[in-house]
Design a protein around this ligand. Structure first.
Ligand code: WT7
Length: 665
């Protein structure tokens, strides 16, 4: 109870940005922030057009800022030509050739430093390799299934250089999940590594690629390119598999960047939705890189001599925008760390911040909660005085974790930026500005200048203070999703059909619920759809249900989210077993290991059921839709507020509640 009261009080407290920090920030106070918002409001196209002209090295200038004629299929910076790799690497060669672009630290303590010149050389050689040896052309898709090593960034940039569309698949995904993504993109080439190091041990990636490709299950794939990282023995298939480290040095270090259309896809990144298989979120070249740059400057306020560190994995959008593209586009020094925060102990991150004099540190609430819970005073032993800005992303941060982060890591002097955004938005959308926005624990605060974020009801009416509503973006923005790969309908219906528009212009609905406070600050509540946020990872309930449906004892299931003190949410399964099941249902957990093994096979270790309840049936509407909200209430032990009399089988609710209570008793 005391904790809850503390949290409530903290949630009302405002923390002003440190004055010294404000003075040196790009946006120094809330008036400057508002001026920028007004600029955007007065002339939206001029605002974005000016930024794009100033920030992008165009090969050919654009002719039109925004084409809305085929909305919601928007086009930005129409007619402009650029190359994102040029933007991230070549243009720094003049002024910053000896500046460090990437600092890599391996989990075992090894490290590697890339200056912009070295990065330029290796990216060019790699681009030539992809082009000459593997015949990769503009528009071809390339899968990158890699660990957290600098070669992953090099592969992404090399693809961008020759106009190939990369799709990075998180190294924790299973061979099945990898196979789905390969087949959906029809990739010609898969780039991987033998493996990497995690928790002090080698782990393997190449065998997962072999498994995904076996029995010709991915007919589009012609070759596999392997980066050697941990030197564990792997199998090679003659004529298909090539070792990067052996052949890349034979290539020339000059490769002309391909002139790309502003709207040409830069990459695809798969993410889970409410229904069906993960969707390939398609991002553009110019709009994406523009916003990656702007947010690096405004939200992280990165200066020329700063060392910037984002702890995400390149397999997620955070890694794309805030480890690779954003930092490199502004010529910053970006730190990449291979492993876990707890190897060899809980001070690994604090040690690295001290060692590299990190100025911006961007991480997840789950990691903060874990380090807070397991080693709360460990940061005291390190010099963290270089830090100016701390960031969080991926899930709501609870006020007590925020406070620990602010006080123990930031020593009460840093700004904490709670950044709300999504795979689909390409970059930050709602976040405090470090020198300008008074902070409020657990609150993402205000939309960034130019971003029209609003909380609406389904009819498109704005919600009042304190009322939960649908978090929408009512105007297109440059770094927005351009489509769902191969499925334009899923794009149009999945994002633009839930909220009615007043002026006929489509409204983007994020899938999140949120509310305003009296200041107009936006607090994110969480997903309204069947997506569960576990440790900041999006897990589609449909994917998990279809994985466990493969078990012979499972007739039907519904996965809902319950709360977890470390991971934020976790998976709770309501399971109906087949009539002749062999499992002992009194042993509540009995099926769990088998079900989790299936999920691991289909998706990967990021998805795992923590709780299971065997029930005689699931509550459904007359049209057969499972009432997930109701199940969620039961899973969380919350009172049921919905009317259950119209259910197909109203009695089932009482039965399920009795079973749930019996289990807890
Ligand atoms: C979902 C997007 C954005 C990169 C990582 C996740 C949740 C994201 C916050 C935040 C509360 C947040 C939302 C969103 N989310 N940031 N600061 N506070 N919730 O990207 O996998 O596309 O997930 O993450 O629910 O919709 P993603």
């Amino acid at each position: 109870m005391e904790n809850i009261n503390n949290d409530l009080e903290l949630m009302q407290t405002i923390f002003k940005p440190n004055r010294a920090l404000s003075k040196q920030s790009r946006i120094k106070n809330i008036c400057e922030y508002e001026d920028l918002c007004l600029d955007a409001e007065e002339d939206y196209e001029a605002y974005w057009g000016n930024l794009a002209r100033e920030k992008i090295s165009w090969i050919e200038p654009f002719k039109q800022v925004l084409d809305e004629s085929k909305a919601p299929f928007y086009q930005w910076f129409v007619g402009g030509k650029l190359n994102v790799c040029y933007q991230c690497v070549d243009r720094h060669i003049q002024k910053r050739k000896n500046k460090v672009a990437i600092i890599f630290e391996g989990e075992m303590g090894d490290y590697k430093v890339y200056t912009y010149r070295r990065l330029y050389r290796e990216v060019n050689q790699t681009a030539n390799l992809l082009k000459n040896r593997f015949g990769i052309k503009k528009g071809d898709r390339v899968i990158i299934y890699m660990p957290m090593i600098p070669e992953s960034a090099i592969m992404m940039l090399a693809c961008a250089r020759i106009g190939a569309i990369h799709s990075v698949v998180f190294g924790g995904f299973s061979p099945e999940a990898l196979r789905d993504r390969i087949n959906d993109t029809q990739a010609k080439l898969v780039i991987t590594a033998d493996g990497a190091f995690r928790r002090g041990r080698p782990y393997m990636l190449k065998p997962a690629v072999d498994k995904a490709l076996e029995d010709n299950q991915c007919p589009s794939v012609e070759k596999v390119l392997i980066v050697i990282r941990n030197n564990e023995p792997i199998e090679y298939i003659r004529g298909r598999d090539y070792v990067y480290n052996e052949i890349v040095t034979l290539e020339s270090s000059q490769c002309e960047p391909e002139p790309m259309d502003a709207e040409d896809p830069l990459f695809l990144l798969y993410t889970s939705g409410s229904t069906g298989k993960p969707k390939g979120v398609q991002h553009s070249s110019a709009g994406y890189i523009l916003w990656a740059q702007m947010t690096m400057e405004w939200v992280f306020d990165v200066k020329e001599s700063d060392n910037y560190w984002c702890t995400a994995d390149i397999g997620w959008i955070t890694g794309h925008t805030y480890i690779v593209y954003g930092p490199l586009a502004i010529g910053a020094t970006t730190i990449m760390y291979e492993g876990t925060p707890t190897y060899p102990n809980h001070s690994r991150w604090w040690e690295m911040i001290e060692e590299y004099r990190v100025n911006q540190f961007y991480t997840s609430p789950t990691a903060i909660r874990m380090l807070h819970a397991d080693a709360p005073d460990e940061p005291d032993n390190y010099d963290l005085s270089s830090l100016r800005i701390l960031g969080t992303v991926g899930e709501p941060i609870d006020p007590s974790a925020w406070k620990w982060f602010y006080e123990k890591i930031g020593r009460g002097k840093c700004s904490v930026v709670d950044t709300w955004w999504q795979t689909e938005t390409g970059g930050h959308m709602i976040s405090p500005l470090p020198g300008a926005t008074p902070m409020k624990p657990g609150c993402a605060t205000l939309p960034l200048p130019g971003i029209q974020a609003e909380i609406l009801d389904e009819e498109g009416n704005k919600k009042d203070v304190g009322e939960p509503g649908l978090l929408c973006i009512t105007k297109p923005w440059p770094s927005m999703i351009r489509g769902v790969w191969g499925n334009p309908q899923r794009y149009a219906e999945g994002y633009f059909s839930q909220v009615k528009s007043k002026d006929g212009k489509p409204i983007y609905f994020s899938g999140d619920a949120a509310f305003y406070d009296e200041r107009g600050y936006i607090t994110i509540i969480g997903r309204t759809d069947d997506v569960i946020n576990v440790s900041g990872h999006r897990i589609g309930t449909a994917e998990v249900e279809s994985a466990i449906a493969k078990h012979k004892d499972i007739a039907e299931s519904a996965i809902v989210s319950t709360l977890d003190p470390i991971t934020g949410e976790s998976l709770f399964a309501f399971v109906v077993t087949t009539p002749n099941t062999s499992c002992d249902l009194k042993q509540h957990m009995s099926l769990l290991p088998e079900l989790n093994a299936l999920i691991r096979e289909e998706i990967g270790p990021i998805a795992k059921i923590n709780n299971i309840l065997y029930v005689p049936g699931l509550p459904k509407t007359r049209s057969g839709k499972i009432m997930r909200r109701l199940l969620r209430n039961i899973a969380r032990g919350e009172p049921i507020k919905q009317d259950t009399s119209t259910l197909e089988n109203p009695n089932i609710v009482k039965e399920i509640i009795a079973i749930a209570q019996g289990k807890n008793a």
